[in-house]
Design a protein around this ligand. Sequence first.
Ligand code: NAD
Ligand code: G6P
Ligand code: MN
Length: 441
Amino acid sequence: MKEFSVVIAGGGSTYTPGIVMMLLDNLDRFPIKQLTLYDNDADRQNVLGESLDILLKEQAPDITFHYTTDPEKAFTGADFCFAHIRVGKYDMREKDEKIPLKHGVVGQETCGPGGVAYGMRSIGPMVELIDLMEQYSPDCWMLNYSNPAAIIAEACRILRPNSKVLNICDMPVGTLRRMSQIIDKQPNDLEVRYFGLNHFGWWTSVKDKEGHEYLPQIRDYVAENGYLTQIEVDTQHMDQSWQDTHKKAKDLLAVDPRFLPNTYLKYYFYPDYEVEHSDADYTRANEVIDGREQEVFSTARTIIENETAAGSGFSIGSHATFIVDLARAIAFNTHERMLMIVENNGAIANFDDDAMVEVPCIIGSDGPETLSQGKIPEFERALMYQQVTVEKLAVEAYIEGSYQKFWQALTLSKTVPSAAVAKNVLDDLIEANQEYWPEFK
Ligand code: NAD
Ligand code: G6P
Ligand code: MN
């Protein structure tokens, strides 16, 4: 089998060790000859790089491993770039969450004003990353899961329409795993139909390979428990706040019991509840800083101190096997069926062609082909149109440096109660993002 050269952009990410472990676990399906971490923060990446160097020498000595901040070294000869950068890091995530909350508005990494703020920071560096990849390895594919994926995908559509960038999210993968537990199946046994935008969608069917429909059975369970299951496996979504989110799906289902909702809809259906149940002084960013970040970096430091990964290793990010499935689909033309963020072009029959939507696709060596999801009901269509317009206005505002369009984007967000509130939040966000944003006039 061919062996691949992979670069992980955002090498200092808390997800990097889990993904490296997952790659090691899948070498028989996706052989790797060279693995490189690339980041623009050497200090952060060095800790993970040094520890993974020790671990890889012990567990996979045949893989050539580097970590670097030099794009030429990182991207030359790469077949795949797995991208998970966080522009502004947790410092800025904290502001994205806390500034809207101060104004009584949902404070969230990818939804509402915080998500748009994160988008405005990410468009420039993501485009730069794509250009670097193309400069040094024109045939390389980027599998991007950097957030906010909806805004990044729209920005790629406009600014880099011909680039080999695939945008994907792990939330549908994680929720499908929960659904499979509810009906005592394996995720691989199931095939779904789904429509929506990133972090904004609905399952319309969950069938096994023989064609048996499980949606009614799953719905009965979700109506009582949300997606909270008894068999809790080790995923990145085990913290209390995420358990609350899985549970809240029960109230999302109640709004339209025909379909199974994506958990992120809670920020749009119940923003008042969300604000009431948030602590403006301690948000998800703080939980992650005190939890996942602490754990990953202290494990890394222990490995460095002990000069061995024996007995103190990282755990496998098993949820992330979808990244290998996607890379394999491109590399070996497997025609894997996966949910992807792609240009609609008729996949949702009664929705705009030029909207970036999340739908099932068949993926082969030329990339994804969308599967038709037919017409969707007016309720969901209207919600999606409002949200996709927020995302489009945000990208237009970025390109034109337009304060007016930025203000309109926030005013239109279902999470924001009025134009006045939108303006106050925007002005505070501008102040906080001076280092990262273009000037908005
Ligand atoms: P993190 O802050 O731990 O890691 C991000 C890394 O990116 C940091 O080391 C940072 O220095 C680096 N970085 C920032 N700008 C960069 C640039 N221009 N070039 C190179 N490196 C850069 O963040 P995290 O919590 O581990 O998350 C990483 C990303 O993955 C986030 O965008 C997060 O939202 C995303 N994510 C997406 C999904 C999904 O479903 N799509 C799932 C999980 C995480
Ligand atoms: C899910 C979403 C990602 C998001 C992550 C946040 O996996 O699909 O897009 O980045 O949750 O998780 P966190 O643990 O950082 O709050
Ligand atoms: Mn996601």
